[in-house]
Design a protein around this ligand. Structure first.
Ligand SMILES: O=C(O)[C@H](O)[C@@H](O)[C@H](O)[C@H](O)COP(=O)(O)O
Length: 256
């Protein structure tokens, strides 16, 4: 799906990564509440990475968790490391420990609304996992012929090389068509992954990129000035209505 007229882009800078995670968590829970007042279900895409998981951990301690009707929320992932269920390096495992398990156990989130990307415990190859996830996304996409739900919030971390999800600079995954792709030879371990494609990322109503640390500053600047997506994949992650860049001062290039 080409992004002909990207929505509003906003950059918000916080003093450090702890404040960034707290503020992103408050913003995420408030967004779910706001969306829930006008439509249901609410679709949220989670990310791995340090700030992404810290954001979920911060959300777990917020009283706002109790204000949300979690029975009307679906959780998806933007990418997954192709590792067995329960592996500590799976984005799913880390998100479950930080927040998702507590929502299922104590706040009425149906396990059936949690949609981790399949790994080797369920399928033989990243391609099979990608195909299964594409089918699941299509089942939840609504009646308007869309191939993925119009995600209300799609969270993304960004690597120091400018990658988002498992879409790496100069890598063949950037060219993938359809909504999901199997990834081999990822420069960030592990080498095998499953990822949403740009087509799926750009279907989101809102894309939020969360990034902290001075090692990200160069690629943040490159993405914000619109460098080519082949060099800085994060530049291609834009939402239909809004794209938020939630940064700490170091990633924004303004910190010590
Ligand atoms: O599987 C992964 O590794 C992630 O989904 C990846 O896209 C991550 O979000 C970025 O690499 C940022 O990670 P950090 O915040 O740890 O740098």
């Amino acid at each position: 799906m080409a992004q002909e007229s990207p929505g509003v882009r906003l950059v918000v800078v916080h003093p450090d990564k702890e404040v960034l995670a707290e503020a992103a968590a408050a913003r995420l829970l408030t967004r779910v509440l706001d969306v829930q007042s006008v439509r249901s279900p609410v679709h949220v895409v989670l990310t791995g990475g340090t700030v992404g998981i810290a954001t979920l951990a911060a959300a777990a301690t917020s009283p706002l968790v109790r204000a949300i009707d979690w029975s009307g929320v679906h959780l998806w992932w933007g990418d997954e490391r192709f590792l067995p269920d329960g592996d500590a390096d799976r984005n799913e495992t880390q998100a479950r420990e930080a927040l998702v398990d507590a929502l299922v156990a104590g706040h009425g989130l149906p396990e059936a609304n949690v949609h981790p990307m399949p790994g080797p415990s369920a399928v033989a190859t990243p391609e099979e996992g990608a195909a299964a996830y594409a089918r699941l996304l299509a089942e939840h996409a609504g009646d308007d012929g869309a191939s993925v739900p119009a995600f209300d919030v799609l969270l993304l971390g960004m690597g120091p090389d400018g990658h988002v999800a498992s879409l790496f600079p100069g890598h063949e995954g950037l060219e993938a068509t359809g909504t999901t792709t199997g990834v081999h030879g990822s420069p960030k371990p592990p080498p095998e992954r499953v990822s949403l494609t740009f087509e799926a990322l750009r279907a989101a109503r809102e894309v939020w990129v969360v990034a902290a640390g001075s090692e990200k500053a160069d690629r943040v600047a490159a993405a914000l000035r619109g460098d080519p997506v082949t060099e800085v994949p994060a530049a291609g992650a834009v939402g239909q209505a809004r794209t938020l860049w939630l940064l700490d001062a170091q990633a924004a290039g303004t910190g010590a």
